[in-house]
Design a protein. Structure first.
Length: 129
């Protein structure tokens, strides 16, 4: 009776990078190195541009493909920690309270190799004349 050879490549989808393996099943020998394919973190939901009245609260939100990955918020090309940033699971949010004209501009959520950008417009307060 013959035992069919079973190769590790038939069973394993991914392993630690560069893991050496050797197997001897019955009369089968298999030696090699496995390299995993790791899916990159991507934006599932991009930022959307927003327009609001001065004094209002801006809420910019995007969603990423993996939970709790580090992101950086930027206004223009500079990182900023002036605003409230929340991250719960895959949802990443930026709140700008009591928005002023100088808060207007492009805001970017940056994963390092991917970004999503939205424009914030802040209109002046309406006078009660």
């Amino acid at each position: 009776m013959s035992i069919p050879c079973l190769f590790l490549s038939d069973l394993v989808h991914s392993v630690t990078v560069g893991t050496q393996f050797q197997s001897a099943l019955g009369g089968c020998n298999n030696v090699g190195t496995l390299f995993p394919t790791v899916a990159p973190v991507t934006f599932v939901k991009a930022l959307r541009s927003l327009q609001l009245q001065e004094g209002g609260t801006a809420h910019l939100s995007c969603e990423v493909s993996k939970s709790d990955v580090p992101v950086e918020w930027k206004k223009g090309t500079s990182a900023s920690d002036k605003y409230e940033i929340r991250q719960e699971g895959t949802r990443v949010e930026l709140f700008i309270y009591d928005a002023e004209a100088e808060d207007a501009g492009d805001y970017t959520c940056d994963l390092g190799d991917q970004q999503t950008t939205a424009s914030l417009q802040v209109k002046g307060r309406r006078s009660l004349a």
